[in-house]
Write a protein that binds this ligand. Structure first.
Ligand SMILES: NC(=O)c1ccc[n+]([C@@H]2O[C@H](COP(=O)([O-])OP(=O)(O)OC[C@H]3O[C@@H](n4cnc5c(N)ncnc54)[C@H](OP(=O)(O)O)[C@@H]3O)[C@@H](O)[C@H]2O)c1
Length: 159
């Protein structure tokens, strides 16, 4: 399975000045649960904002710079290269595309599932999740959560 995983607000905002627009306690719980022990693919800018590989999962960072290295991470110079690497070396693991916007926009057409955290607020920022054709997916609401800002875990499964 190849899945996209993202948190966005009411305007599909995902980023601000290279980082996240919000800090909402508890909101990352599903991200951790789903991606742990699986493969997480991310763009170089998202990796830089994290500053380290995330533990207990395979991290693959995509950069057009073939000399780019990131300690504790695998690197690929294309999206298809990253996905091929994951399928070849970790065929039993699920593949999660963890952003950012550049990588989401190039992978949304190939994702089987979209794991989306809908943040019930409007934040300031500069980076957005791409619009996509919701009619191609079945949307399931998994759970609502109260925090400093409420959020809902939803799943879109490709029809
Ligand atoms: N809310 C969320 O769930 C969430 C999740 C992830 C990220 N974010 C936010 O999103 C923002 C970052 O997103 P972004 O779109 O600016 O950057 P990004 O997608 O994380 O990374 C972009 C970089 O990836 C590489 N890249 C992109 N397309 C490529 C391709 N086709 N082939 C090879 N390499 C490619 C390039 O690296 P090089 O320049 O090195 O070539 C490019 O500069 C940050 O604010 C981050 O916090 C939010």
């Amino acid at each position: 399975m190849t899945a996209i995983i993202v948190a966005y607000d009411k305007n599909r905002l995902i980023g601000k000045e290279g980082g996240m627009p919000w800090h909402i306690p508890g909101e990352l719980k599903r991200f951790r649960q789903l991606t742990e022990n699986n493969v997480l693919i991310m763009g170089r800018k998202t990796y830089v904002s994290l500053g380290r590989p995330l533990p207990d999962r395979v991290n693959i960072v995509i950069s057009r710079n073939e000399n780019f290295t990131a300690e504790g991470c695998y690197t690929a110079s294309s999206i298809t290269g990253a996905i091929s690497m994951a399928r070849l070396f970790w065929p039993d693991k699920d593949i999660f595309i963890g952003g950012g916007a550049q990588i989401y926009s190039r992978t949304i057409d190939m994702a089987d599932v979209l794991y989306i955290t809908e943040i019930d607020g409007e934040f300031e920022g500069d980076t957005y999740f791409p619009s996509f054709d919701e009619s191609l997916f079945v949307k399931e609401t998994e759970s609502h959560h109260q925090s400093t800002v409420p959020y809902t875990y939803v799943t879109y499964k490709r029809k």
